[in-house]
Design a binder for this molecule. Structure first.
Ligand code: 4SX
Ligand code: FE2
Ligand code: CA
Length: 339
């Protein structure tokens, strides 16, 4: 590989989702989950949590088919945009420089199709927004604080690991056996992750993880969906993850995009922070209480777009699946000793 310096990535910053009915999306994300609206346009919504100081952490853009248009990382300085351009150019990736304002609120940016097939944006400048952390009178729904992470579906976990390692990400946790790695959680900010990999047909976006400050906000979210007879939007949980220790629930939006409401993971900022390796045979790895993972959680995800908004072709996964997803949803392990 090249000696070219990687851009200094600060954190996972925002995602741009294509939604087919903006009014339905507004109901789900704003009315039900309580996202703060920074800007509302005819064809797009720019949303944030109450603990965010930047313009948005989610863009919902109206379009014909549900998709993920981009995931975006904030970089430390304007010079890191040049580094991103060279880093991905050197790897033969499609690279496009965007002028300030191409996305409302965001400065000049570099968009690339990364070696994993995802459209990834790097930006430095972004408009500030009012931090509403102590405007408790405005907090609603899931009491979303901030974007925490992207989870992406990739056919080749070691390739994804190597790519993000080359971008300077640390690894907090993995799921593996003696033969292969099934999943990994990687970070730039000092939490469990900014990005995680789920094994499967990809590239696809698995979910967006949004942090809330209190575990009871996860429960309140579920209660609100139950009370309004919208419980079909609750996909998995609530529960306690083994990996990350976070308390969680996964929901599906009107287009099937998946969001995780997530809280109570841990600090990873010490320079010698060690990777925690879960055995794929430990049934507490994905739910610490041993509850089964519903099959749709492993199988379904959002298609991603290239720089010209064309759907990226899909590639079959490499290696064994972590689970054989059965009709019972028990997700029995297919690798190693059959149990
Ligand atoms: O299902 S896992 O416990 O492995 C898990 C999934 C842990 C942390 C996450 O953010 C996640 O989406
Ligand atoms: Fe997650
Ligand atoms: Ca359900």
């Amino acid at each position: 590989m090249s000696e070219i310096q990687a851009p200094d990535i600060v954190r996972a910053a925002y995602a741009e989702l294509v939604v087919t009915d903006l009014a339905a999306s507004r109901w789900f994300w704003v009315d039900m989950l309580g996202f703060v609206v920074t800007v509302e346009q005819d064809d797009a919504l720019y949303l944030r949590g109450h603990d965010e100081l930047t313009h948005h952490s989610l863009v919902l853009r109206a379009g014909a088919r549900p998709a993920a248009a981009a995931i975006a990382y904030r970089v430390r300085s304007a010079a890191d945009l040049d580094r991103a351009e060279r880093f991905f150019g050197e790897r033969g990736c499609a690279v496009r420089r965007q002028p300030a304002g191409a996305t409302t609120g965001v400065g000049e940016a570099v968009r690339v199709v990364d070696p994993l097939g995802f459209t990834v944006e790097f930006f430095y400048a972004i408009d500030r927004a009012e931090r509403l952390i102590q405007r408790y009178d405005l907090h609603r729904g899931a009491h979303i604080a901030r974007l925490d992470h992207f989870n992406i579906v990739v056919p080749d976990i070691p390739a994804a690991y190597a790519h993000y390692e080359s971008l300077g990400f640390g690894c907090s946790e993995t799921i593996e056996d003696e033969h292969q790695m099934f999943a990994a959680w990687m970070f730039r900010k000092q939490t469990v992750h900014d990005v995680a990999f789920t094994s499967g047909v990809g590239p696809r976006l698995h979910h967006l993880g949004f942090a809330t400050h209190e575990s009871h906000h996860v429960l309140t979210t579920c209660d609100i969906f139950g009370a309004t007879e919208q419980q079909q939007h609750i996909e998995r949980g609530p529960g306690r993850h083994g990996v990350s220790n976070a308390f969680y629930v996964y929901l599906r939006d009107p287009d099937g995009h998946r969001i995780e409401v997530y809280t109570s993971d841990y600090f990873t900022g010490d320079p010698d922070h060690e990777t925690y390796r879960w055995s794929v045979h430990d049934e507490r790895r994905r739910d610490y209480w041993g509850n089964a993972v519903i099959p749709s959680w492993y199988a379904e995800a959002t298609n991603v777009l290239d720089l010209d908004a064309r759907e990226q072709p899909l590639t079959d996964m490499v290696g064994q699946s972590e689970v054989r997803v059965g009709a019972d949803g028990l997700g029995s392990i297919t690798t190693g000793t059959q149990r």
